[in-house]
Design a protein around this ligand. Structure first.
Ligand SMILES: Cc1cc2nc3c(=O)[nH]c(=O)nc-3n(C[C@H](O)[C@H](O)[C@H](O)COP(=O)(O)O)c2cc1C
Length: 187
């Protein structure tokens, strides 16, 4: 798939199913992420691949995060949170580990990781996989980070859900109205 076709046809899958991408493809997708623009060449990204049964660890951490925030969460709410990990056979958590004392501002380091996620999204799409980019409150929770062996001050930028497309997403037109200015030369 050529680049513009990948960009123009990218959508988030509504549902995903087995099989997970092959290990080779997961590595290729991560490598695409690490080709993102990176001010200061800091490689601030961290990738945690969560496949198959290891999703249970993340599911449990999501429930712990929910209960820390909402101690009265019902069994149903807990089950819904736990089952989020079943949305795809493979999840890659992508986090930014910011170099604090660096002259490159924190926001630019986090943006580099956002760019990495978009590279990964397009790479996975070009390889024929369905993708969802999710965060949710769990992304900001210390229990979840700990369960993924991340640092508490890492920023989880994405849970990238990967699998075979079940129900495909709908393509949206690019919204440009009142969003573009051309500063044209007058003389
Ligand atoms: C940083 C970031 C976090 C997101 N987190 C969520 C999320 O937690 N839940 C969700 O439904 N969509 C989330 N989205 C949006 C979807 O991934 C998706 O891009 C959006 O619904 C538009 O659909 P499309 O990708 O098919 O164009 C997030 C997007 C970004 C960029």
């Amino acid at each position: 798939m050529d680049l513009f076709t990948a960009i123009d046809t990218r959508t988030s899958a509504i549902t995903l199913q087995e099989p997970a991408p092959s290990r080779e493809h997961i590595s290729r997708i991560i490598e695409a992420g690490a080709h993102a623009p990176d001010h200061g060449k800091l490689a601030p990204w961290r990738f945690v691949v969560i496949e198959g049964a290891t999703r249970v660890t993340l599911g449990q951490a999501l429930v712990t995060a929910l209960l820390a925030k909402e101690p009265n969460a019902t069994i149903d709410q807990q089950a819904r949170e736990r089952d989020k990990v079943l949305r795809a056979p493979c999840i890659i958590a992508v986090a930014a580990r910011v170099h604090k004392m660096n002259k490159v501002p924190e926001i630019e380091q986090i943006l580099a990781v956002g760019a990495a996620v978009q590279n990964m999204f397009l790479a996975a799409h070009a390889l024929g996989y369905g993708v969802m980019w999710k965060t949710g409150t769990g992304a900001y929770d210390a229990h979840v980070k700990e369960a993924l062996s991340l640092h508490v001050d890492d920023h989880i930028v994405a849970f990238l859900y990967l699998g075979k497309v079940g129900i495909p997403g709908t393509m949206r037109p690019a919204v440009l109205e009142n969003r573009v200015q051309w500063l044209a030369q007058t003389s």
